[in-house]
Design a binder for this molecule. Structure first.
Ligand code: ADP
Ligand code: MG
Length: 661
């Protein structure tokens, strides 16, 4: 031991003599910077298009090959560069956008760090062609892996053309991190579209391997651009924010979606601070707060928000790709965003006057807000799932209390509130039903699970073992509110949530389908034509196989349209269009096709929700028996996901106690 530790410093000694610290070559320094600035082709596109916009371009065309790895070509009609500037632009820390440190707090351009061109040039073969207006000829510079190979004259129109070939050819480790061509292409589409929304008057075009993915000629208003980028359906669901006066110099304006048009994640958040697309917590929190009580916790609206403020109130220099910013006054930001959305939202502009029958009553809002984090939430793709437990779970009468909305408005209200959650606790609820509670399936493999009571878990396991054929042995008494199947077992009342039961069954069947090789497919009488926005169309291209494997038949129908010709038989009654759109959102948030299997439960569970709109059906003893048999076939004890409780049990003893017997 002693000898080993003694020899270690000795071994290092020859190096010490030379000194161990080196100044990195420019080449290596640029490659390191490239790691942060351009981690994937989409980042190259973003940086280059931002440069074009900073150069005042009105037209920016992007052509890519093989997901951007083989080629990214950006053609703009911006200001161009002189030869001298062009040679400088590719040097590290060379920028025309700032001069002094004070300028950092007065930034009105998208770029300013002077890193993009040298970084990109160090990890690719890059040609920069540029011509200033008035110059007779332009300049062409060819750089390979950061080395300038030639500088020569180039005949070309005013503007700049940058070609980036063989991205990461000299950094094989980075190359390995690239995903499939469709995935990289989707990321490129996404970053271009978020730029497109910020500059509605710029003509943007994207082609991939010669095929046009989108072409967005200059629009005359943001509304028109929203239509072009997000599609008709989303556009119709968007409304202008309230014109709220600036708060401490901060003004937020834009569009927000009606609450029932929502997504699983924040992919519909297009948020710009002084024209820069960003992601920032305060703003996200303000959006969420503005929708509180109107949208389920696990769903997110679409918002296109422009937050303008004096540039010295925001530090944009906190992140290499500048998608994160820091605010001097987060409170003003929060309030500006909150009011712009909430004030307009309260007006429910989507409801025509004559049918303005369901504004949220304060009671409903209270009921919804009262849900604490300790209660069951419905967040299949999120990391946290909580088993329903504690007093909230223990009131038979309260369960589902704010679930069934008034009959004629059933569907819109259900949509408005998203998946139902358990009702708030009844203060006098009897205690001690933890076993049944924990017996409800709630765990997801590999995710955080809050098991509130480990002892109850153990007891639950026994309950599960005894539950063989449990549902089939129930005595069916009748149906309540066209959803709750009231039954009795040997020692109490059992209430089965018919819709939840169907969801669970559909989910289990879907899961089996996903793992099976042949499927029972139901052709649709009339193929359903589905119009997707550009992002979802990109996701469809990427994840088409996922649908095919489940037994969907989906064919491209030109542009962003797809024809749905057949569905898995168990989803025959589903609302197919929202089902597919939600699944696409889920799939894109999972991101990589090789990670789908990890998230597949969550995705399938959500499909199951769309596929089981059964509450409202009249159910008699025969239907109930059939349903119970299917429930018995499900392995409730397996690592079955999230979801809400399927049944509720009220032991006779407690019933009697309630009547003072
Ligand atoms: P930054 O954008 O942070 O200044 P870049 O490395 O992206 O740094 O670009 C360096 C400089 O090259 C810019 O400041 C700009 O003057 C010039 N430049 C880059 N792209 C273009 C373009 N498409 N048209 C005109 N000038 C450009
Ligand atoms: Mg730049």
């Amino acid at each position: 031991m002693a000898r080993q530790s003694a020899s270690a410093p000795g071994a290092a000694r020859p190096q010490e003599a030379e000194g161990r610290i080196r100044v990195l070559s420019d080449e290596l320094a640029n490659q390191i910077a490239a790691g942060a600035v351009v981690e994937r082709p989409a980042a190259v596109v973003k940086e280059l298009v931002e440069n074009s916009l900073d150069a005042g371009a009105t037209r920016v065309f992007v052509d890519i090959e093989d997901g951007g790895q083989a080629l990214i070509r950006i053609t703009d009609d911006g200001s161009g560069m002189s030869r001298q500037d062009a040679e400088r632009a590719i040097l590290r820390h060379a920028t025309s956008k700032i001069r002094h440190v004070d300028d950092l707090f007065n930034i009105t351009t998208l770029g300013f760090r002077g890193e993009a061109l040298p970084s990109i040039a160090s990890v690719s073969r890059m040609t920069l062609k540029t011509c200033e207006p008035g110059d007779i000829g332009g300049t062409e510079i060819l750089i390979e892996g950061g080395r300038v190979l030639h500088v020569k004259d180039a005949g070309m129109p005013d503007g700049t053309i940058i070609e980036v070939r063989d991205l990461f050819y000299n950094t094989p480790a980075r190359l390995k991190f690239l995903k499939t061509t469709p995935t990289e292409t989707r990321h490129i589409s996404e970053s271009l579209l978020s730029l497109a929304l910020s500059r509605y008057n710029i003509h943007l075009r994207l082609t991939h391997n010669g095929r046009q993915l989108f072409d967005l000629p200059a629009n005359s208003s943001l509304g028109d651009r929203l239509l072009a980028v997000l599609g008709r359906e989303v556009r119709q669901a968007l409304f202008e924010t309230a014109d709220y006066p600036p708060i401490d110099g901060v003004r937020a304006h834009g569009y927000f979606s009606r609450p029932d048009v929502s997504q699983r994640g924040t992919q519909g958040y297009y948020i710009y601070v002084n024209g820069r697309f960003i992601k920032e917590r305060t703003i996200h929190a303000a959006v969420k707060a503005a929708y509180r009580g109107m949208i389920d916790k696990s769903r997110y609206p679409t918002v296109v928000l422009f937050i303008d403020m004096p540039p010295d109130l925001v530090d944009v220099n906190v992140h290499p790709t500048k998608v994160e910013v820091r605010f001097r006054n987060t409170d003003a930001i929060f309030r500006a965003v909150y009011h712009a959305i909430n004030d307009a939202l309260q007006e429910t502009p989507w409801v025509k006057d004559e049918v303005r029958t369901y504004k949220l009553t304060s009671e409903q809002q209270v009921g919804h807000r009262a849900l604490g984090p300790e209660q069951a939430t419905y967040e299949p793709l999120n990391a946290r799932h909580t088993i329903l437990a504690g007093p909230a779970a223990q009131s038979a009468l309260a369960l589902g209390a704010h679930r069934a909305p008034a009959e004629p408005l059933r569907i819109p209200m259900a949509d408005l509130f998203g998946p139902p959650s358990p009702a708030p606790a009844r203060p006098d609820a009897p205690a001690g039903r933890a076993a049944e509670v924990a017996a409800r399936p709630a765990a997801t493999p590999g995710r955080t699970i809050d098991i509130v009571d480990p002892e109850a878990e153990a007891r639950a396991r026994i309950v599960r073992a005894e539950a063989e054929g449990y549902f089939s042995r129930l005595h069916f008494i009748g149906q309540y509110k066209r959803n709750y199947l009231v039954c009795s077992d040997a020692s109490g009342l059992v209430i089965v949530d018919q819709q939840a039961a169907h969801e669970r069954i559909t989910f289990e069947n879907l899961k089996a389908l996903y793992h099976a090789s042949d499927h029972e497919t139901q052709p649709l009488l009339f193929p359903l034509r589905i119009n997707l926005d550009t992002l979802r169309a990109a996701a469809m291209e990427e994840f088409l196989d996922f649908f095919l494997e489940l037994g969907f038949e989906i064919e491209p129908f030109g542009g962003n349209d797809y024809a749905l010709k057949a569905v898995p038989a168990i989803l025959t009654r589903a609302r197919h269009e929202p089902l597919i759109k939600d699944a696409l959102d889920d799939l894109s948030s999972v991101g990589r096709s090789d990670r789908i299997h990890e998230a597949v439960d969550a995705i399938l569970l959500r499909m199951a929700c769309h596929g089981s709109i059964r509450s409202g059906d009249d159910t008699g003893p025969e239907e109930a028996t059939a349903l119970f048999r299917q429930l018995d076939a499900i392995d409730f004890g397996s690592n079955c996901p999230h979801g809400r409780p399927v049944y509720f049990r009220l032991p006779l003893a407690e019933l009697e106690a309630a009547f003072g017997r």
